[in-house]
Design a protein around this ligand. Sequence first.
Ligand code: PMP
Length: 425
Amino acid sequence: MTTNTEWQQRKEKAIARGQGNQSQFYVERAKNAEIWDVEGKSYIDFAAGIAVVNTGHCHPKVTAAVLAQLEKFSHTCVMVTPYDSAVQLAERLNKLVPINHAKSIFVTTGAEAVENAVKIARAHTRRPGIIAFNGGFHGRTNLCMGLTGKIVPYKAGFGPFPADIFHAPFPIEYHGVSVADSLQALETLFKTDIEPQRVAAIIIEPVQGEGGFYPVPEGFLAYLRQVCDQHGILLICDEIQTGFARTGKMFATEYHRIEPDLMTLAKGMAGGFPIAAVVGKAEIMDSPNPGGLGGTYGGSPLGCAAALAVLDVIEEEGLVVRAGAMGERMVNHLNELKQRYHKQIGQVRHTGAMVAMELVQDGDADKPNAELTRALVGKAAEKGLLLLSCGVRSNVIRLLAPLTISDALIDRGMEILAECLAETT
Ligand code: PMP
């Protein structure tokens, strides 16, 4: 048997360090909310492949749908010889999103969806500028990297960045940035960096993911909608991490009762099969010419089959409601821990089953504790719990368990987390 350590040594020789790996164990198999490594050790999965397997690892319905598709054909290129599953998937997404008269396109990754949303916005408005937010994450490709609002590790050394991208402060009360501050900064941007008449779109995550699980405060998206309407700017909601029942709604934008112009979707859409989408108002989506959007693998038949099955499972198993209940259960555990560790746990927050705790020193929001965050993730892995960190200050533990996890496994995972805190503080 090749051990985890041996595989890691071989990995370090064979794969460039830029494609780093958080955990030092190698997956042998996974089922629902558990992973087994090559040494036979099991882990409770509080990561879901970064909010991808919302329906659990190897959900039988998703696996069956993909196997059935594989028996028929695996690839023809939807832009050459199309197939009905892509049409069916687009029809379903168009109905699910909080956008009237929507149309979709399919691509392969989240970053590609964001790139295409920007292309569509520029083609429609014939304007170049894009405004994103500090701490936002939109992907690692060149344009997306420009939009992403965190230097290390995403931008350091990779410049020059694409032109006509500007960042506004994301409103986070906990860090002293109010909704009014953010809006004021946006108005200042319009005076100092780019006139609103040159801005094609504003892109925002309804809950910042990689940036630290900060939800957009109540009312802010409605303000942005007004600003956009006033200046003919399009509003893009990046729901790549928040989508597909994760937040206790099908899409987190629904909490804000606004209609975005475009949405980017990926991750949770197909239970791990690489497919992503841009969905938006039909007249905007139709702006680019035929052939201007797409790609060889965009909307792959395996991805479409998986996504259709995932949508069925979300509906049949009531995962939107389940995400809400799960989030409550996890947050109750974390709040108990916060009472015991009030100096270390600065804030517990969640939007449905997107749950986080921010780790600090002396209970002070301005003293991020990245060291404790790293130690907790490492200790948890030793004890058989897979955790993820995030945050502009690298001091947030985020919990993203599959929405199909049992209460018993949530409680066991939380027990391990409590043990880890006891041993690292
Ligand atoms: N946008 C958001 C909000 C994301 O969370 C991510 C992935 N973490 C991306 C875009 C990029 O997706 P991908 O890694 O599939 O390119």
